[in-house]
Write a protein that binds this ligand. Structure first.
Ligand SMILES: [Fe+2]
Length: 269
């Protein structure tokens, strides 16, 4: 159903739309009840379990770059094209404002006019994190390292987050940001800190702590972004909600896969 009436009615409609978004996104199991990260936060994960998480997360994190590039290519206007490239270039190693803070790379600003450094690529942070776990470049970030549930998630990201339908892609973005801001980074950091203190003092948590700081900023903006998307011409509520729901099902598959693996003792990396 494509909305054809004028967007003058948007303010009152937005209220009803917000309620639908709340039902679909804010109440989704992966947002309110992520069993895996809740368990992980207790700090009881073994070395093999931490390695398994690292490998699966590295595939998601690496293939996310493909989905982000597709999102840029499919962007509906120059503003979202540029916003997408901020994320893409930063992911690949261009620091915001060329600035380096205590964690190595600033969490806000722009890549415009900044410079590229190999070591600033998020995947390279993850390589440094993984080294004390005995994981090398060849162990991380490739499709062949993924379980079927991780692959399902990555393929859904490419399909929905990178969709050529702007309303679908917008719904997926909104869903991903909400999932990411719901606290899973903090739960992983809690578990990893406990693991580091217990048996792996050389563990560098910058990859995880940087992303957690970014999400804290994003969370503050999502309500504005939703209102903005809503008044964009051609915006389709139904496709937005469908994209959001399907994307969260993909995210859920990733974490459910990890949860099933730990319960079954599958940790092969
Ligand atoms: Fe990243």
């Amino acid at each position: 159903m494509r909305l054809t009436r004028t967007r003058d009615l948007a303010a009152s409609d937005l209220h009803a739309f917000n309620a639908r978004v709340n039902e679909v996104v804010h109440a989704h199991p992966v947002v309110v009840d992520n069993r895996y990260t809740r368990w992980f936060a207790r700090g009881e994960a073994t070395r093999d379990e931490v390695r398994h998480l690292t490998v699966q997360f590295s595939v998601f994190s690496h293939l996310f770059v493909e989905a982000q590039l597709r999102k840029v290519i499919n962007a509906a206007d120059i503003e979202s094209y540029r916003a997408g490239k901020e994320i893409l270039m930063n992911e690949l190693g261009v620091a915001f404002n060329g600035r380096v803070d205590d964690e190595g790379v600033a969490t806000d600003g722009t890549v415009d006019g900044s410079f590229y450094r190999h070591a600033a690529a998020h995947f390279e942070w993850l390589l440094r994190f993984a080294k004390p776990l005995g994981l090398e470049f060849s162990d991380l970030g490739k499709r062949r390292h993924a379980t079927s549930s991780t692959l399902f998630f990555c393929d859904e990201l490419w399909r929905i987050y990178g969709s050529d339908d702007p309303s679908t892609a917008e719904g997926a973005s909104y869903a991903v940001e909400h999932w990411a801001a719901a606290g899973f980074w903090k739960e992983l950091i809690a578990g990893l800190s406990a693991f580091r203190a217990r048996e792996c003092p050389g563990l560098n948590l910058a990859f995880w702590t940087w992303h957690d700081r970014v999400e804290d900023q994003h969370a503050a903006h999502t309500a504005d972004e939703l209102a903005e998307a809503y008044v964009t011409s051609g915006f389709d509520e139904h496709r937005f909600l469908e994209g959001a729901a399907a994307m969260l099902d993909g995210v859920n598959a990733f974490w459910d896969g990890l949860d099933a693996d730990r319960l079954a003792g599958r940790t092969a990396a």
